[in-house]
Design a protein around this ligand. Structure first.
Ligand code: GLP
Length: 245
């Protein structure tokens, strides 16, 4: 495991983007796992800049997103599909057929989860998985739990997550109560994992992830077992670590 404490959000974003662009340069047909939320926005802006400068070519890259809200279609401004289009896909040369996200409108959720797992397997597995971190320690939408959910599955969102994500909706009442998310094993099977966390609201979850016991009560703590994990923090997110930032 490598923990990088960047001097600020800009440097955190640049470091994340360098790792992703490096992966794509090394292996143009890479399979990337990508995340949503506020944290990766700077990383995506930097990737778009690398693409425009001719430094990264995504024409052969496949992308699998971690999760999508249940009951939300791709056309909804709150969907993660729309987020990815607006913040990354529409600005780089990834082929639309190579981008994948769980279908939040699927009538048969179990079949959709199986289809998603199968697609990842057919693509050869994920080379590099980018993660954010929920204030409550979730990764993807794997909420604090009594067990580690293995494969892609339907999630009941925790009240803390609904509250945290209400800023993307008109009101907390408008936030979907469920989502389809890659499971812990799906994430863990990625050959390389890059996790970004920024801001003081993440400090407790960061400490639990890196220094606490490995427990489904702190889902990200399982990443301690991953041999190719890079955690990129800003000083505020690293603020509670032993030794500080
Ligand atoms: C959502 C996403 C997660 C993300 C988390 C943190 O719940 N499902 O993948 O990591 O938000 O978001 P933010 O980066 O906005 O704090």
């Amino acid at each position: 495991m490598e923990v990088i404490i960047a001097k600020d959000y800009e440097q955190l974003s640049r470091t994340g983007a360098l790792l992703i662009a490096g992966q794509v340069v090394r292996k143009p047909h890479s399979v990337l796992g990508l995340a949503t939320g506020s944290t990766p926005l700077g990383t995506y802006r930097q990737l778009v800049a690398y693409y425009r400068e001719g430094l990264a070519d995504f024409s052969r890259t496949q992308v699998f997103n971690l999760d999508e809200y249940r009951g939300v279609g791709g056309e909804s401004p709150c969907s993660y599909q729309r987020y990815m289009a607006e913040n990354l896909f529409d600005h780089i040369n990834v082929s639309p057929g190579n981008t994948h996200i769980p279908n939040g409108l699927a009538s048969d959720v179990a079949a959709e989860c199986q289809r998603y797992e199968q697609l990842i397997k057919q693509a050869g597995g994920i080379d590099l998985q980018l993660l954010g971190l929920g204030d409550n320690g979730h990764i993807g939408f794997n909420e604090p739990n009594t067990h580690f959910p293995a494969a892609t599955h339907l999630v009941e969102l925790a009240p803390a997550t609904i509250a945290a994500n209400s800023r993307f909706f008109t009101a907390a009442a408008a936030v979907p109560r469920q989502a389809i998310s890659m499971g812990i094993q799906t994430i863990f099977q990625a050959r390389q994992i890059v996790l970004l966390a920024s801001g003081a609201s993440k400090a407790k979850a960061v400490k639990a992830m890196l220094e606490g016991p490995i427990t489904p009560a702190a889902p990200a703590s399982v990443l301690q077992l991953h041999s190719q994990l890079t955690v990129i923090l800003d000083p505020a997110a690293a603020g509670l670590l032993a030794g500080g930032a």
